[in-house]
Ligand binder design. Sequence first.
Ligand code: B1M
Length: 210
Amino acid sequence: MAKYQDLADAIIAGDNIKSKEITQKLVDSGVKATEILNGGLVPGMDVVGVRFKANEMYIPEVLIAARAMHAAMDIIKPLLAEAGTVMKGIIVVGTVQGDLHDIGKNLVCMMLEGGGYTVVDVGVDVPGDKFVEEVKKSGAKVVGLSALLTTTMPAMKDVIVALKADAATKDVKVMVGGAPLTQEYADSIGASGYAADASSAVDLAKKLVG
Ligand code: B1M
């Protein structure tokens, strides 16, 4: 029978055909979707995160690994929903208003999904009130903001202000990231945390979700 390690290895190698095949075999042999997620997919993406951080894997390889994870997730997602599986938490993620860069944001979304979080990807050029609306709709406890331009960094503060101004979203934690950002800037706008890369974003989410 296919083993979890085979699945993790397929994810790390970015082999979406194998990851789909192994996942299907595990499902057919009666393994629970949560066990497939926590036993194969999440550990596989964890290794990807560690190697990416150590510069042993590069962005294209991470994207290919994430594609393999998505292929497997497509099979188990309906089963997770049927079983009423609670993922680790819901996170609304988007690139702030005025900013169209989404490669880093997409990478963060994929790594968060690989880490077991439900991600609501609200896209690019997203104004503060849209984040407020999506948090209310999804019940997310964390919002992730991405910005790649020095000119759009201040829009992150606007989102934080909009979230704080609404009684229903005032306690939501906000994590920020993007090439021009620093921990100091994150602190200065009242963000709950800053992550320098996609795999640190998963570590930070763990801390923020609790
Ligand atoms: Co743009 N661009 N761009 N661009 N672009 C930069 C960012 C720039 C540095 C290039 C340069 O001049 N050297 C520069 C910004 C300068 C500045 O502000 N100081 C720039 C500019 C000026 C512009 C335009 C204004 C150009 C123009 O039209 N005159 C324009 C702006 C459009 C707009 O947004 N309104 C523009 C447009 C574009 C394209 C559309 C052509 C394209 C974007 C395509 C797309 O995203 N779909 C583009 C690209 C590709 C880039 C570069 C080349 C690459 C960005 C990228 O995807 N990096 C970039 C130069 C560069 O970085 N070398 C540049 C790879 C990505 C994986 O990294 O996004 O940093 P990154 O994400 C990382 C981390 O930052 C972190 O994790 C990711 C993975 O490790 N991270 C988070 C990101 N978000 C996070 C969120 C988190 C946590 C971590 O928590 C929620």
